[in-house]
Design a protein around this ligand. Sequence first.
Ligand code: NDP
Length: 302
Amino acid sequence: MPRVAFLGLGAIGTPMARHLARPDFDLAVWNRTASRAAEFVAAHGGRHAATPADAARDRDVVITCLPVSRDVEGLLDGPDGLLATMPSGSVLVDCTSGDGATSRRMAARLAERGIGFLDAPVSGGVVGAERGALTVMIGGDAAILERVREVIACFGSTIVHCGGVGAGDALKAVNNALLAMHLWGTAEGLVALEKAGVKSEIALQVINQSSGRSNASMNLFPERVLTRAFPRTFRLALLDKDVGIAAELARETQVPSPLLQLTSELFRMAHRELGEDADHVEVAQLVERLGGAQIGGRGTNA
Ligand code: NDP
């Protein structure tokens, strides 16, 4: 019976952890705000750990899913920290969409104690997490992945080994930078089309049959913008962080990247403007405000 700990019961961590609350697993959960862990245990089972150290005691696998890598690094030390109890031979699987430099630092520290590390960011959103159908991008030793694959497969239907430690982080950041570009670019285009008299419903119908389509145009705009639903599933603050990591990666690798740098600047501005709790799709509202027309409004000449 795999002994697993899950730390970080946020918007995506909670549905991921649910797949580990099963009779053939021994699960401990910890969350900074203890009431969320208590609610999780009441609803799904598992043991509510008082501290990260308590969660990690005797575990084979410790999974973390926090906003940024530095938050995970902050859980390592001190009497309540993971390193106080994580056994040699265990593995830390960090599902945070993190940054490679911090992941490599953590991996080196853990290796000194015989503990494995994988960066394992996920894509597929809250819906994918609920279905246990996330894509998991792994950075680290392929042999370590094989030891924990069974556990990751509970929430990941596609598990891809991307390279050494930090490779998963890098790929995830670039993927999300592309999401950000599609979101912003589609919003600008639709607002301009509205002002030119083309209804967004019609524009999306055509774009989604044509070469400009993306996940943003096919799913996010029809389901969340046209409906004005704007559900809060993935915070803009987190997408801002991801685009920042991608922009930094391009600078570090000395790749001329005006588009990545501009996207990073735009999302930093949007994050400042819309605040910590805004969803990423709410950037469409900012573009509407700047452009003076609503996506799915009337089309000024319609
Ligand atoms: P949320 O903001 O919903 O949740 C964050 C979680 O981390 C909460 O459990 C929070 O605890 C905890 N936390 C925050 N700061 C700290 C800290 N300093 N120390 C300990 N715990 C902390 O984030 P998500 O669940 O949406 O995202 C988690 C990660 O997954 C991020 O890296 C994100 O980019 C990534 N991701 C998210 C997706 C999504 O659709 N939401 C999709 C793919 C990746 P508390 O309850 O106390 O606030």
